[in-house]
Each structure stands twice: as structure tokens, then as C-alpha cells.
Design a protein around this ligand. Structure first.
Ligand SMILES: Nc1ncnc2c1ncn2[C@@H]1O[C@H](COP(=O)(O)OP(=O)(O)OP(=O)(O)O)[C@@H](O)[C@H]1O
Length: 300
């Protein structure tokens, strides 16, 4: 898979604030890439830099394997702030105005309205739209130029639960049409539900990145006990190449395994040393606790 966006060592300083610190990430083509981090972690700054509205202090980025230019910009649609639509005009009329500003043919409008699920409401005034419909129209405006990539900053902020569900579904369906989507969010739940890949930021630093499933899978815990004294189990566990962490907890041994390790390998490894484990329990950590650990960790 080619990389749509390649960010290398991006840094941004605002006076005393290091908003971004040597960020390096690659966004694969066709992914829904989530930039996840608490408020102030540098997500908007990152999007602003790669959209060429904020200057970086250091580092580089390339879109489609090229430095940014008019032609790369035409291939990117972005929604950083809610656009100012006219309340007394219809959804369709508002898109016509946006199309004129962007010098896009009006012939694109019916298809865009269809994509964002507003074709049947195209003649209704914007002010009568629900919050979710307003945001879908905004996403439609970003799609007018038929971009290959859609960049969204906190796309569900301020929406009601229904609007959140509509917008998340829309993002997934746009990606299904072959577009790459990059979105910033402070909601772990959102990234987990919508994204295929993620980068976790804290205080401008990258804490983890990769496919959402492998980041989440990397943090399951295994508890073992029995068959031998805890000390012996600990000694053996520390020699196993697929065990990344081992420590005694409440008369059991708590282990963290390398991603994609099957816990049955543990049974086999101990058995080969003459120990039949009395108990082996895999506990999935809650996503919240994984996220908190990732953003707490000094490095991942
Ligand atoms: N124009 C600016 N001047 C000074 N400091 C800024 C400016 N823009 C952002 N910052 C600071 O840079 C850091 C990163 O901000 P940024 O907006 O990129 O984070 P974020 O993850 O998008 O958070 P949020 O969701 O709250 O916008 C924060 O400490 C913020 O206060």
C-alpha cells in the first residue's frame, strides 16, 4: 500500500510551547487514519501544517510522494472548521456557492448530496437541518472537488448522539468509495469504531502508531499460576522471547505478550520445562485503560 501522506520529524513551537515534537507518521492509501490525543496534544497543529495553513518549525511532509503544490492541494478535501453556510438558503444553494468559490462544476453537486445522504432534503433551508445534517453538508462541501483524501478535524464535536452516529457512518461509507480519510479526535471510542489506523499523540509527541487492531491487541494481559512456585514461573517467563513484561500480582504472574502471540504458546513453553500451569487467564484490557497507558508511557 502506498503512503498518501508521509510526515518526517515535524516540529512546531509557539513561543515556550512545543506543540509538536519530531512527529513522524505515514498514512497508508485507503486507510481511515485517526490522530488521537487529548486536547492540546498537537492534532490541529499537525493538520494545519500538512494543509499548508500553519508553518512548521522543522521537519517535512509529502502528499502522494510529492512536496505540497497546487496540484497536490487539489487532491485533498478538508474540513478544519465549520463552514459558514447561509441559514436561509437551501443545502443545495449553499453547495452551489461553495462550488463557485472552489471553481468546481455544479454538476458535482447532485452526486455529493447523494453521498452525504441529503439528496431528499436538498431543497430545505439549512437552518432547518439537524446538527448531523449540517455537519454532513459541511463534509459534502469538502467533497465537491472529488478529492482523493478527506481531512477532518474533530468531525463529531458538538453533535448529538444521532448526529455522531450519522457522521461516523458517513465517514466509513466515504472510505468505502476508495478515499483515504485522516481525522483528528480526542475520543478513543470514535477512533476505535471508525479508524483502521491510528497515531496517538500526547504533548506533541507520538506515543504509538499502527493499525488500530494491533495497537489494541498489543495490550492484552495474561495471568498464570500453579505448577511451580511463583519465583520459578517468573524466572522462566523472563527468558521467553514473546513475553515483553512479567510481574507478580496477587499470587499470580501478570504477563504482557508480544502482539500476535497466542497464549497457548505460554502453556507449551512452560510444559517443555516440565511445568503444567494450573491456570492461564487472558484478560482484555478496557480500551480506556489502554489509551491511558499509551498516553502515560514515556515511549512506546
Ligand atoms: N496559535 C497558537 N499560539 C500559541 N499556542 C498555540 C497556538 N495554537 C496551538 N497552540 C498550543 O499548541 C498546543 C497544541 O495545540 P493543538 O490545537 O494542535 O492541539 P489539539 O490536539 O488539536 O487540541 P484541541 O483539540 O484542543 O485543539 C497546545 O498547547 C496549544 O495551546
Amino acid at each position: 500500500m502506498a503512503d498518501i501522506l508521509d510526515i518526517q520529524g515535524l516540529s512546531k513551537r509557539y513561543g515556550a510551547v512545543q506543540a509538536l515534537d519530531q512527529l513522524t507518521i505515514k498514512v497508508p492509501e485507503g486507510s481511515i487514519y485517526g490522530l488521537l490525543g487529548p486536547n492540546g496534544s498537537g492534532k490541529t497543529t499537525t493538520l494545519g501544517i500538512v494543509l499548508d495553513v500553519i508553518n512548521a518549525s522543522a521537519g517535512t511532509y509529502q502528499w502522494f510522494g510529492q512536496p505540497t503544490s497546487k496540484s497536490t492541494k487539489r487532491r485533498i478535501g478538508a474540513l478544519l472548521e465549520t463552514p459558514n453556510f447561509y441559514p436561509y438558503l437551501t443545502g443545495e444553494e449553499n453547495l452551489r456557492i461553495t462550488a463557485d468559490v472552489k471553481r468546481v462544476d455544479h454538476a458535482r453537486i447532485p452526486g455529493v448530496l447523494q453521498t452525504v445522504g441529503l439528496a431528499h432534503r436538498r431543497g430545505d433551508k439549512f437552518k432547518g437541518y439537524s446538527l448531523g445534517m449540517k455537519q454532513r453538508l459541511a463534509i459534502g462541501a469538502a467533497l465537491l472537488g472529488d478529492p482523493e483524501v478527506l481531512v477532518l478535524d474533530e468531525p463529531t464535536n458538538g453533535l448529538d448522539p444521532e448526529g455522531i452516529a450519522e457522521v461516523r457512518q458517513l465517514i466509513i461509507s466515504i472510505a468505502a468509495q476508495g478515499k483515504t480519510i485522516i481525522l483528528a479526535s480526542h475520543l478513543l471510542d470514535e477512533v476505535e469504531k471508525v479508524c483502521t489506523h491510528m497515531a496517538v499523540l500526547r504533548s506533541g509527541k507520538l506515543k504509538a502508531q499502527g493499525p488500530v487492531s494491533s495497537i489494541m491487541a498489543a495490550h492484552d494481559l495474561v495471568f498464570i499460576s500453579g505448577g511451580a512456585p511463583l519465583d520459578t514461573l517468573l524466572q522462566i517467563a523472563r527468558t521467553l522471547p514473546f513475553v515483553t513484561e512479567a510481574r507478580p500480582v496477587n499470587q499470580q504472574l501478570q504477563l504482557t505478550l508480544r502482539p500476535e502471540t497466542d497464549s497457548s504458546e505460554l502453556n507449551r513453553a512452560f510444559f517443555s520445562q516440565g511445568i503444567a500451569l494450573g491456570q492461564l487467564v487472558v484478560r482484555k484490557k478496557s480500551l480506556e485503560s489502554q489509551f491511558l497507558e499509551i498516553i502515560k508511557a514515556d515511549s512506546v
